[in-house]
Write a protein that binds this ligand. Structure first.
Ligand code: FE
Length: 232
């Protein structure tokens, strides 16, 4: 079996939210698809260890926000690599309460749907939840973020009016001094690519990992610089 074939499957990037009675949480998921159109139903696959899994079981409903390409890594990181049992992920996020009373994440969302659970399938590590869609809407005409885009494209150049732009001159100098190596976060697997920098985190393209200020943290999981290792 050639598992590389799995990487050819296409996905989107979504925030799945669930809960009730003041207990709410959201997480990043890439596995969602529409199952039928009449009635409109959708399926999502959620890891059993995730707090959101527990809350879908509890509330029998969930909402899904479809993220735009513009969603920064810091935003994805909050929902993707932090546990909602310890922090309130929805605290600093724009939400709306819809038909199911589950908070729908609006930040960087181009569309959303709300669903009531009608079926579930135990798949070992994950559960596939099937929900009847009770409401949905389009929020913007921006491009949806695909899973491939999330992996390949996130990064880019700082615009001239950005506070980080000045650093590019400095970056050019430091690149001359030594070849820049990528560094990997040992917590979440995020790769700091010096060619891309971390514009969302104020690090311009071209800055070597060694030259990043110590106050900088992993844009995905929040781990500090000491948790990074040079990519082999
Ligand atoms: Fe990380």
């Amino acid at each position: 079996m050639n598992k590389a074939a799995f990487y050819k499957i296409t996905y989107g990037i979504y925030v799945v939210t669930a809960g009730q009675n003041g207990k709410f949480n959201g997480q990043i998921a890439n596995t969602m698809f529409q199952v039928t159109s009449a009635p409109a139903t959708v399926a999502i696959s959620i890891n059993k260890e995730n707090y959101t899994h527990e809350l879908i079981k509890l509330s029998n409903k969930f909402a899904v926000s479809f993220l735009a390409e513009a969603a920064p890594m810091t935003f994805i990181g909050t929902f993707g690599f932090k546990c909602g049992r310890n922090i309130d992920k929805l605290k600093n996020v724009k939400i709306k309460i819809g038909a199911t009373k589950v908070p729908i994440v609006l930040d960087y969302a181009i569309a959303y749907l709300e669903a009531e659970l009608i079926s579930e399938l135990d798949c070992g590590t994950h559960t596939i939840f099937v929900g009847r869609i009770v409401d949905a809407d389009v929020l913007s005409q921006e491009e949806p973020m695909t899973y491939a885009y999330y992996h390949k494209v996130k990064g880019g150049k700082a615009p001239k009016n950005a506070p980080t732009y000045m650093k590019e001159e400095l970056a050019a100098k430091s690149e001359q001094a030594a070849p820049a190596a990528p560094y990997v976060c040992s917590v979440c697997g995020y790769v700091y690519d010096p060619a891309k920098g971390d514009p969302d985190g104020g690090i311009a393209p071209g800055i070597r990992f060694e030259d990043i200020p110590d106050s900088w943290v992993c844009p995905v999981c929040g781990a500090d610089k000491s948790k990074f290792e040079k990519e082999q």
